[in-house]
Design a protein around this ligand. Structure first.
Ligand SMILES: Cc1ncc(COP(=O)(O)O)c(C=O)c1O
Length: 396
């Protein structure tokens, strides 16, 4: 049985009549730009994540760009961000003429290594962008403490983690800004592009609101150069429908992850990452070798509520591509997020050498990681198919 990596229709089609009603409502009133559904959706998201202000925007990428613009990040400023993340995190920095300075990551949760971030702070560092990768939060307390100590602004890239929690607090709600993405493959997947910017700071929210609309206040009076960062009313109306189901979507993904972990751990050569090795890669390597580990399963830190945007394996011994090809031949969807770290991207080759050093763990994980289907609507039979595929590769 083929198992796709993602099936957006399995989630959207059961809501067809509600989605059509939402669409029709907007069609009827015709306020396609900044209509009433936009404000309603923003209020719903703000209430869900417990923030004062939520601004819908054109994408998760634009949410990052707008956040950095509102924080006045300028050419020559340095902004710390992890080397192992989607391109947009650093792309937004670069588009403002600022310099992304890449930090290494934790080999357990794939998120920013705070000690490495500390070591890379210079007099030009203005902000830090922790990314909550794959649906699990970065270690925010030390990141926030570091930012406070050095007067840095914090933008949480929560594109993959809306609704996940760090020590009971919502991802995206902890920094100066948090940014979400509603790209269709995200946990709250939209019907095209969309994103959200959240903050508890009244002045930052007001400034970002003005910048979202060409920097105009009032209309046609431009004190700043902003852009069109608005999200369509239609998109907001339809996402409101899905937001009501969001608790269930998360529970389904968590069930799928727990099932994978329980079943895959029964296979020889499969272990689960141990949070005890968070700060020590060498100890982890020794432990993995002693267990003759071939595949390492992801784990959620006890202080995190993980929402499993991805369930990402580490395939050891240089065999990742072999397993990927094997599963692909069985028509089991899998994907490598991400094969090339950002410090190694061609477009950043001209950045100062000092902004692209010391990302060894990121490089290694880029050669080991592979994500398997985790979307909420996967059936038990499909999950068992994925598990059987991995089992047969291990036995071959
Ligand atoms: C970590 C991260 N940041 C930013 C983005 C950008 O979001 P969007 O695709 O909505 O522009 C994504 C989307 O893939 C992402 O995964």
């Amino acid at each position: 049985m083929p198992v796709p990596l993602l099936d957006v229709n399995a989630q959207n089609h059961p809501l067809e009549s509600e989605l059509q009603a939402a669409f029709n409502q907007v069609l009827k009133h015709g306020r396609f730009i900044m209509g009433p559904e936009m404000e309603a959706f923003e209020k719903e998201v703000a209430a869900m994540v417990g923030v004062k202000h939520a601004l819908s925007v054109s994408s998760g990428t634009d949410a990052l760009l707008l956040a950095l613009m509102a924080l006045n990040i300028k050419p020559g400023d340095e902004v710390l961000c992890p080397a192992f993340t989607f391109f947009a995190t650093a792309g937004a920095v670069s588009r403002l003429g600022a310099v992304p300075v890449f930090t290494d990551i934790c080999p357990i949760c794939f998120n920013m290594d705070v000690n490495d971030a500390r070591a890379k702070i210079t007099s030009k560092t203005k902000a830090i962008i922790p990314v909550h990768l794959f649906g699990q939060c970065a270690d925010m307390d030390p990141i926030l403490a570091l930012a406070k100590e050095h007067g840095l602004r914090v933008v949480e890239d929560a594109a993959q983690s809306i609704g996940s929690k760090y020590k009971g607090r919502q991802s995206g709600s902890l920094g100066d800004f948090g940014t979400y993405s509603f790209f269709p493959s995200k946990n709250l997947g939209g019907f095209g592009d969309g994103g959200m910017l959240v903050t508890n700071d009244d002045a930052l929210a007001e400034f970002a609101k003005v910048l979202r609309n060409h920097g105009a206040k009032p209309k046609y009076y431009h004190h700043y150069v902003g852009a069109n960062f608005r999200m369509d009313t239609l998109q907001c109306a339809m996402l409101s429908v899905k937001l009501k189901c969001y608790g269930q979507y998360t529970a389904d993904r968590q069930r799928n992850a727990a099932h994978y972990t329980a079943e895959l751990l029964k296979l020889p050569g499969v272990v689960q990452a141990d949070p005890a090795h968070c700060k020590c890669v060498n100890a982890q390597d020794a432990w993995l070798a002693a267990q003759n580990a071939k595949i390492v399963l992801p784990v959620a830190y006890a202080h995190n509520d993980h929402i499993w945007n991805q369930y990402t394996l580490r395939v050891l011994g240089g065999k990742r591509d072999e397993l990927r090809d094997y599963l692909t031949a069985l028509k089991i969807g899998c994907e490598v997020y991400y094969p090339v770290t950002l410090d190694q991207q061609q477009c950043f080759a001209d950045l100062p050498e000092s902004s692209r050093t010391g990302c060894d763990i990121s490089h290694r994980l880029a050669s080991e990681v592979m994500s398997i289907p985790i979307y909420g609507e996967l059936t038990e039979a499909q999950r068992l198919e994925v598990i059987a595929g991995i089992a047969s590769w291990l036995a071959a």
